[in-house]
Write a protein that binds this ligand. Structure first.
Ligand code: NDP
Length: 259
């Protein structure tokens, strides 16, 4: 045994919500490179299938896509059922699916607020409940929520109050879930990225002039992360390398929040 063996996910089964693009796709690929069979769960199943095929081809793992809206209880239950049918259990759930709506609070509709909360926070609850029940029966597992540095700070110049509330909610969710499910050997941790170059960040860049310059001016490491930069930390948090860690958050933000 070497220290690197602790990062091995060989033969494990991992669900990654929002695994068809952006951060989720990079995490799905990283977990597969570490040996996991990955289920990619999101709404655009054609893009999910394209990602799954590519990941399976390059890693040799059994990776497939399921159409799933994380806000739809029945769709989530069906996705979990399909996973268990194929792999006999679930070892890892990555709650990554998330959206942002850039709108000032004074003009934000209740629908906009609710859509963000339902996707980013309620979606994590629905998926954790469904996958957690399976993990309990199988002797445990790992849940990783993709939170955000926005759980801890105010972003600017863009307006995104619902998003920050949802990510702060994921922090409380993680603390309580880790506490309640420790007795079932289910570990729960959060990964809180700073700005990462994806569609999500592009949206923010378009609503405010000089947004990217403003963000990068706050970072000690000068540039936004690529999605792939999150892969190694996701492997750490979902493997035995973090076996003694639960109820914690790793902030990976290029030194944004320290300043
Ligand atoms: P993208 O917009 O690139 O991807 C979002 C992903 O979420 C897509 O795969 C999308 O798939 C999926 N998704 C959205 N809504 C749903 C839904 N209702 N059900 C299932 N899947 C859904 O964003 P990122 O990759 O940047 O974001 C991924 C996560 O990382 C999010 O939680 C985000 O908040 C977080 N994050 C992002 C940061 C950044 O700077 N980019 C910084 C910090 C955190 P589909 O549309 O097919 O359903």
């Amino acid at each position: 045994m070497t220290v690197l063996d602790a990062f091995d996910l060989d033969g494990q089964t991992a669900i990654v919500t929002g695994g068809n693009r952006g951060i989720g796709r990079a995490i799905a690929n990283a977990l597969a490179e570490a040996g996991a069979n990955v289920v990619i769960a999101n709404r655009d199943v054609a893009l999910g299938e394209e990602a799954a095929t590519k990941i399976a081809d390059t890693t040799g793992t059994d990776t497939f896509a399921v159409e799933c809206d994380v806000t739809d209880e029945d769709a989530v239950e069906a996705m979990v059922e399909a996973t268990v049918e194929r792999f006999d259990g679930i070892d890892v759930l990555v709650n990554n699916a998330g959206i942002v709506i850039h709108e000032a609070i004074e003009t934000m509709s209740l629908k906009e607020w609710s859509t963000v909360l339902e996707t980013n926070l309620t979606g994590a609850f629905i998926c954790s409940r469904a996958a957690g029940r399976e993990m309990m029966q199988n002797g445990g597992g790992v849940i990783l929520n993709v939170s955000s540095m926005s759980a801890f700070i105010a972003n600017y110049p863009q307006r995104q109050v619902a998003y920050n509330a949802s990510k702060a909610g994921l922090e409380g969710f993680k603390n309580q879930l880790a506490s309640e499910w420790a007795e079932f050997d289910i570990r729960v941790n959060n990964l809180a990225p700073g700005y990462v170059a994806t569609d999500n960040a592009d949206q923010g860049a378009q609503v405010a002039e000089n947004a990217v310059d403003t963000w990068e001016g706050e970072m000690l490491l000068d540039e936004m992360a690529t999605p792939e930069m999150l892969g190694p930390t996701a492997v750490y948090l979902t493997s035995d390398a973090s076996a003694y860690m639960t109820g914690e958050t790793i902030v990976l933000d290029g030194g944004y929040t320290v300043r």
